[in-house]
Design a protein around this ligand. Sequence first.
Ligand code: SF4
Length: 267
Amino acid sequence: MEIEVKSQKDDEIVFIVRDAEVPFVNAIRRCAMVNVPKIAIEDVNIIRNDSAMFNEVLAHRLGLTPLVSDLDALEGLSLPEDDDWEEYSNGIMFTLNEVGPKVVYSKHLISSDSKIKPVYDTIPLVKLKEDEELKIEAVAKVGYGKEHAKWMPTTVCAYKQYPDITFNDDVEIDYDCASACPRGILKSDRRSKKIKILDIENCAMCKSCVRASTNGYINVGYRENDFIFRIETDGSMPPKEVLLKACEVLGEKADKFIRFSEEGGSK
Ligand code: SF4
């Protein structure tokens, strides 16, 4: 198996996996979505809420506010499988104390731990009118996406098989298929009597070009064992950390199977 990183940003990574199987790539995808620990607000104590927003909606918004959850932030925090996870004292305390008129933003959440705070300052939480007051205490904890979407670090975690575009040289060249592509991937070059493929990795495999060709000049398929994988996060942790943790989790699961087999399947 070969892996090639195509692009990498603070909140997105795109890489190509060659010579792999669908179940393996899909296992990585699932682990990245639901088995990577992330911090999110879990308990909310609303002391005063004069706003028009219901307490439940406000608590839900706080839960979905992305908090910094990189390796540094996660260090030393209890995981859901630890005995003391339910303890109130094992979370990170947040307080919110604002009086209107104003829009309350994520930046107004004050954390007890300087490392763990909202990723973005400008997420609107609620609007307060003149003299309306909002007083909240909240506790953030580490959790997994399999329990709730607020603990899912990925906003996009998907793969597609690597596109494969071929031309049938036995029939007349059909330039119409190039103009039918909505992504501008095909370019007609009438001088050299060719259709050029500009960016095959951007091909959505929609087959508009195939349908536009009346003589079957173009065919679009995919490579069975090559994949284009994209991970985007909500900013709570770098996509590379998500990928590394997903691989670690998958490795631990595989180790369990190995130990189980070595012990004769008795446990
Ligand atoms: S399959 Fe769709 S995206 Fe790909 S080249 Fe054809 S028209 Fe363009």
